[in-house]
Design a protein around this ligand. Structure first.
Ligand SMILES: Cc1ncc(COP(=O)(O)O)c(C=O)c1O
Length: 322
């Protein structure tokens, strides 16, 4: 048995996550799109298909964050109105019989953000909306007070950026070992709150792969940065070490390169991102403007710089789109 194949069940039995998703998510080869990007090979890791209930990368972390909890627990989390993390928390907590309260700030109106906002409002017990991102702390206070009146509150950090959730993304990365025919040069993912890239960095380190994780920054630098992501990874590795699971952490630098993709702000489409959407669409890859489009824009550029075999982490699922 390979190292990764042995590691995953060990991690699951030590941390006892809940069961919310269908694993492994598919890995699809996309030769036509690879050629269009100038890459030798391109694979799409379909994290958007993680659950028929509502998919996306955040299901990975929620398996480790939602349970075990008291029966009347109220989950409280925060994010933009188009936050998949907020929506997926409400959907998957609801499937476990729990309620969710959301504090949200407005983000630019796109088809995707509108669909996620409407689905979140329908699935959460309560949404407290700030008028602007600066108003989020006050909205959060109001949301917390309301949640407390409903039952015992469990806080989930924005984006689910918690060491336990990072372990979920580590398991996602380990799935690649049995799915890929060749070692990839790069794994490209949107970089928001950092948990996804942190888990993928731990996975390639555990596999002793020379692969670079390319995190395309789609949120402000204060949130999406190399320091926070590396710290999350180290805290996840410490958590596993406390359960007797020692990961071979990279001796030198954490294998993450952060690439700029934000544009004027979180959730604002960029010209490069929109061009990436137009490039991907004829090949059947539907990208959202906030995460997928901005991240995919890095793929042709990486190919130009000599990265030949690339995995693209496809993280966004439109609610009701499966
Ligand atoms: C669809 C989608 N993709 C990617 C990300 C970025 O993941 P992370 O926050 O783990 O960096 C998010 C974060 O909210 C997301 O919702």
């Amino acid at each position: 048995m390979s190292s990764a194949a042995a590691l995953s069940p060990k991690i699951r039995s030590a941390l006892a996550p809940g069961s919310l998703g269908d694993w492994p998510t598919p890995l699809e080869s996309a030769p036509g799109l690879a050629a269009a990007c100038g890459a030798a090979a391109l694979w799409l890791k379909r994290e958007d298909r993680s659950s028929p209930r509502c998919g996306g990368n955040k299901v990975r972390g929620l398996e480790f964050l939602l349970g075990p909890a008291p029966p009347d627990v109220v989950f409280l989390t925060a994010g933009g109105t188009g936050s998949s993390h907020c929506l997926l928390t409400a959907v998957h907590a609801g499937a476990l019989g729990a309620r969710t309260v959301l504090a949200q700030f407005p983000q630019p109106d796109t088809d995707a953000s509108r669909a996620v906002a409407a689905a979140s409002a329908a699935r959460a017990a309560l949404v407290v909306r700030a008028r602007s991102p600066a108003g989020l702390p006050l909205a959060l206070l109001q949301a917390w007070r309301a949640a407390r009146r409903m039952g015992p509150v469990r806080w989930i950090p924005p984006g689910g950026a918690h060491p336990r959730a990072v372990v979920g993304h580590l398991l996602a990365g380990l799935e690649l070992e049995s799915q890929l025919p060749d070692l990839p040069d790069a794994i490209v993912t949107p970089l928001g709150t950092g948990g996804t890239a942190a888990g993928l960095g731990l996975a390639v380190a555990a596999l002793s792969w020379p692969t670079r994780i390319v995190g395309v920054r789609v949120a402000p630098r204060l949130i999406a940065n190399r320091w926070r992501t590396t710290r999350l990874a180290r805290r996840a590795a410490l958590l596993l070490a406390r359960h007797g699971i020692r990961l071979p952490l990279p001796a030198s630098r954490f294998p993450l390169a952060v690439v700029e993709g934000l544009g004027v702000g979180y959730g604002h489409p960029t010209p490069l991102g929109e061009a990436a959407r137009r490039l991907a669409a004829p090949h059947g890859l539907v990208l959202d403007p906030t995460y997928g489009a901005k991240a995919f824009a890095a793929v042709p550029e990486l190919a130009r710089r000599g990265f030949r075999r690339i995995v693209f982490w496809h993280t966004f699922a439109l609610p009701g789109g499966e």
